[in-house]
Design a protein around this ligand. Structure first.
Ligand code: SF4
Ligand code: FES
Length: 374
């Protein structure tokens, strides 16, 4: 299906259905697996309100159906209500991805009045001390629970987001209980993916194969027990998988991200691949960047593949896996994702994960503006 007036690039690539709008890198939490790049931008570098409004106009005209307002912590943007209202006026579904520690009831009420239909609340842990240690925060869990309560009262739909790693994987069952308790419609059990900050902290985060297998059993059991009560999405931990996940549903196929400074990325972590160059919404129209941008064209389709992907029957299923992981572990973003058992790097990747998960976890390197590049 071709939506909106998105331009074709000669391959008939339809416009994206979803956009991640990273409004800011600022955040009161410092999670060691943050998906933001190592080099974080300050408030002064951020796009202004008028530019974001224009980006959303262009996205709506292209046919984007859903915008995820994210960060950092997007509620630190004082213009958030205006951005939410604008998306609603353009018929685009807005999802606020928040840590839930900065909102008070009045602000959430203003966002609901502006037309916000949904919030995605991330939880570091179901236990107060652990939640504070993982996020390097103070009293975070209680604040999140309060935010969830207000969201319910205001009629917002809630997704509980639970990033999973070796220091909370024993809580998967408790995360399901928490999701039901706060009235969430959906839970995303998101095993941490290892690039950027999570790659820096991999030894502190990667679980063992046994822990991972047990966690999957808990997820499967919850799926049948909570059918009709809670929708369960699970991002699989692919260090121990046979085949990789179709990361981003394929590069440049369905999704784009816009950074706080206006760069347009085919994947939120694409800046971890240093060979790519990115266009900015400050300089080019969004539909042109999507259709012709060098970063989007780099791994779109299957022509860029080499063996074993090139002749693999799964190449239209997983699109060779994750480009960011291929760069991080194989040193080549055009290689098969080492999560694939057919990759020559697969055995080394598994051995690395097995070794790190068996050793005592080192201290976290907390994400922080100005810490990298070092
Ligand atoms: Fe996917 Fe490539 Fe592995 Fe085939 S060889 S399963 S296309 S990553
Ligand atoms: Fe970038 Fe997978 S995280 S392609």
């Amino acid at each position: 299906m071709v939506r909106g007036n998105g331009r074709s690039n000669g391959r008939g690539t339809p416009p994206p259905s979803g956009m991640l709008a990273e409004l800011t890198h600022r955040c009161p939490l410092q999670c060691p697996y943050c998906s933001n790049p190592l080099e974080l931008h300050k408030a002064a570098d951020e796009l202004d309100t008028a530019t974001w409004l224009s980006v959303f106009d262009q996205a709506a005209a292209m046919g984007v159906l859903q915008v995820h307002l994210s960060g950092g912590e997007p509620t630190l943007r004082e213009d958030l209500e205006e951005l939410v209202a604008h998306l609603g006026e353009r018929g685009v579904y807005a999802n606020l991805i928040t840590a839930g520690v900065t909102l008070d009831r009045a602000r959430l009420e203003r966002l609901a009045e502006a037309g916000l239909p949904h919030i995605q609340l991330s939880f570091q842990s179901t236990r107060p001390e652990r939640a504070d240690r993982i996020g390097n925060a103070n009293n975070a869990l209680a604040k999140k629970l309060e935010t969830a309560k207000w969201a319910r009262e205001l009629g917002l739909a809630i997704t509980l987001n639970a990033p999973i790693h070796r220091q909370n994987i024993d809580e998967i069952g408790a995360f399901f209980d928490l999701a039901v308790e706060i009235g969430a419609e959906r839970i995303e059990v998101a095993h941490v993916q290892y690039y950027g900050w999570a790659l820096k902290n991999r030894a502190a985060l990667v679980p063992s194969a046994e822990e991972t297998a047990h966690a999957q059993k808990v997820v499967d059991e919850a799926r049948s027990r909570l059918k009709g009560i809670l929708n369960i999405d699970c991002v699989v931990p692919d260090y121990y998988a046979k085949y990789p996940k179709p990361c981003m549903c394929g590069w440049g196929r369905e999704f784009m991200a816009v950074t706080p400074t206006g760069l347009v990325l085919p994947c939120h972590a694409a800046q971890s691949i240093p060979t790519l160059t990115f266009d900015s919404v400050r300089e080019k129209p969004l539909d042109e960047i999507w259709a012709e941008g060098a970063a989007f064209e780099a791994f779109r389709g299957t022509d860029w593949m080499s063996e074993p992907c090139k002749s693999c029957p799964r190449k239209e299923i997983d699109f060779g896996g994750c480009r960011c992981q291929a760069y991080a572990l194989a040193g080549d973003a055009a290689a098969a994702d080492p999560a694939c058992s057919l990759s020559p790097h697969h055995a080394a990747m598994r051995a690395l994960a097995a070794g790190e998960s068996a050793a005592p976890p080192p201290d976290f390197v907390y994400r922080r503006i100005g810490l990298y590049p070092a």
